[in-house]
Design a protein around this ligand. Structure first.
Ligand code: 1PR
Length: 553
């Protein structure tokens, strides 16, 4: 097998990248010291987290000069995400830390006034010459394809500036901001998106770089699909609730209002509902075109030694065949191992990241942290799971999973919590409600409302909210649109709407009537009523921009 060297000095969670490189026929060798770089032919620099942290780590490790020399020698170099940003002169994220200065421009924070930041999801990487050149692009990029981005800082695109300096540039549009999605010159190629998380389109790009296939012609159809197809797609997520059944096997399960045991029929008697095997189902949804797969370990640790967490193996195996983002939730908190050792949440999260997770999702622990945040007069302790994990891996890696349920009141004055006026009164005719936070899979309610929770966790550094709704879970009656708008109005980080999807039209409703950033389905996919592809066909037919799965690598 031909080889490529990876400089994994900072990131630590490159399992998916290694799997993707293997998938396109290359073997990974590791750069372990600055001296190793002298003998490297092809080099990839991945990066996650903060620009300043990444650059100062590379600097103190003695890597910056050898990287410069590698690039100057003309040997192939690829930067991914912060690995792209490192090529620039600097970033607004850490203004005093210089970048490598290979690209004469700087990174800026996205404007969060009119859109969610971070920018998370599938967007374009369209060669700026497409319209002019009659259909050329670089390193396998295609205007019809979508690529997975997750970042808050970007190099905003200024027409012709970098092109005049000899760069080939591919752009994406987020809100009104056009930014650089990929860039290439001579032996250098860099992507702001994650090719290892961008399905077949990403694998194609990675393979083109490794094979040295710099330019390719586009079909007339592909080169005509530029402006109107440029932009962030509507993200559809498949969620797998996983737990051990009574026979001791890990199964995908699903209930309604969080009760996952059978209630009637032959299988009655309180068995855990078994809908399939987690790894196989994740692969199936990937092939159907799911933009992301979320695993929730709904019974968390169950006294299992931390190093043997069953979800670790599921992630390892899934990340070998599923090249879209993987989120893992359940039991992300400070914990005590079976031998009494105290394990910080950051170490638990690190195990998941090393096994192939891109994001961790925190449920119960986030509620406790939010309560402490308000009790302390909104002082950040720096010690919570959210803070420690987002500091190490970036806030885009930390999702907070919220499990609220409605509490009806006669008038808003009857509660100190944030209320909404609802179109759906309760049996007593009450038209107001607030959303109460719960922990432990809805088993315990807390004196905290959903707005308080999401605002607290945003302040702590959470990068995304997974917004469930116990009243709607498993109901097949559509999302709680009122809840979603209520939460969206309270924060600027992205929200994933969850609970209640039963038919494709429910996805249309949630994208049409709320500003949600993504929508998640579980039961309707698991029971085989609709595939992810059918939901996307439906949305496409209604004029929504969606990513289609590709099978052309
Ligand atoms: O508290 O950090 O250990 O995390 C536990 C995680 O497990 C939380 O994210 C919590 O939401 C989840 N969880 C706990 N118990 C259950 C349960 O069902 N008994 N599942 C549970 C939550 C909600 C969604 C579901 C949507 C869509 N499941 O994952 O997939 O409601 O369903 P639908 O499309 O079929 O309506 P911690």
């Amino acid at each position: 097998m031909p080889t490529v060297h990876l400089l994994d000095y900072v990131a630590g969670n490159v399992r998916s990248l290694v799997n993707a490189i293997n998938k396109v026929g290359y073997e990974v060798k590791w750069v372990r010291s600055p001296e190793d770089l002298k003998n490297v032919e092809k080099l990839i620099l991945p990066g996650v987290g903060h620009f300043g942290h990444c650059l100062s780590q590379l600097s103190s490790g003695g890597y910056l000069q050898p990287i410069r020399e590698h690039i100057a020698s003309g040997k192939p170099f690829m930067g991914i995400c912060v690995g792209l940003q490192a090529l620039f002169e600097g970033s607004e994220e850490n203004p005093n830390v210089p970048g490598l200065g290979v690209v004469p421009a700087r990174m800026h924070k996205f404007d969060a006034k009119t859109k969610s930041v971070p920018h998370i999801g599938w967007n374009s990487a369209t060669d700026t010459r497409v319209a002019l050149s009659g259909g050329q692009s670089f390193y396998g990029l295609n205007p019809s394809s979508k690529y997975y981005y997750v970042h808050s800082y970007a190099a905003l695109y200024e027409p012709d500036v970098l092109e005049q300096d000899g760069w080939f540039v591919a752009t994406a549009v987020y809100g009104k901001e056009k930014f650089i999605g990929a860039i290439a010159r001579d032996n250098i190629f860099a992507t702001q998106f994650h090719p290892e998380k961008s399905g077949q389109a990403g694998l194609r790009t990675l393979r083109a770089f490794l094979n040295g296939d710099k330019f390719h012609s586009l079909t007339p159809k592909d080169s005509s699909r530029t402006e109107e197809k440029n932009g962030l797609t509507r993200r559809i997520i498949a969620c797998l609730d996983v737990r051990t059944n009574d026979a001791g096997d890990l199964v995908v399960t699903k209930g309604d209002q969080y009760d996952v045991r059978e209630k009637e029929g032959a299988a009655a008697g309180g068995q855990v509902r078994n809908l399939g095997k987690p790894v196989d189902m994740a692969k199936k949804y990937y092939e159907q075109g799911a933009d992301e797969v979320t695993f929730l370990n709904i019974t968390s640790f169950r006294n299992c030694p931390v190093a043997d967490l069953p979800m670790l193996e599921i992630l390892r195996r899934t990340s070998e065949t599923v090249f879209v983002p993987l989120t893992i939730g359940g039991g992300i908190r400070d914990t005590v191992d079976t031998d009494g050792t105290h394990i910080p949440a950051l170490d638990v999260a690190t195990m998941y990241f090393k096994s192939g997770a891109d994001k961790v999702s925190i449920g119960s622990d986030a509620v406790t942290a939010a309560e402490e945040f308000y009790e302390s007069g909104k002082v950040l302790s720096g010690k919570t799971a959210i803070e420690t994990i987002s500091k190490a891996y970036g806030n885009q890696a930390v999702v907070v999973s919220v499990d609220p349920k409605r509490v009806y009141v006669k008038r808003p004055e009857d509660t100190k919590h944030h209320t909404i006026e609802t179109k759906y009164p309760n049996a007593a005719g009450q038209h107001f409600c607030w959303y109460q936070c719960t922990i432990k899979g809805g088993r315990e309610t807390r004196d905290l409302d959903v707005c308080q929770l999401v605002q607290a966790v945003e302040a702590m550094g959470a990068g995304e909210i997974l917004l469930n709704c116990i009243d709607k879970d498993g109901s097949n009656s559509g999302f709680d649109l009122e809840l979603i708008n209520h939460v969206k109005a309270a924060i600027t980080i992205p929200v994933v709407a969850s609970s209640g999807a039963g038919v494709p039209k429910h996805f249309e409703e949630v994208f049409d009537q709320t500003t949600t950033d993504a929508a998640l389905g579980a039961g309707m996919f698991h029971r085989g009523e609709y595939s992810v592809g059918e939901v996307k066909d439906y949305l496409d037919g209604k004029g929504f921009l969606v990513r289609r799965s590709e099978s052309d690598i």
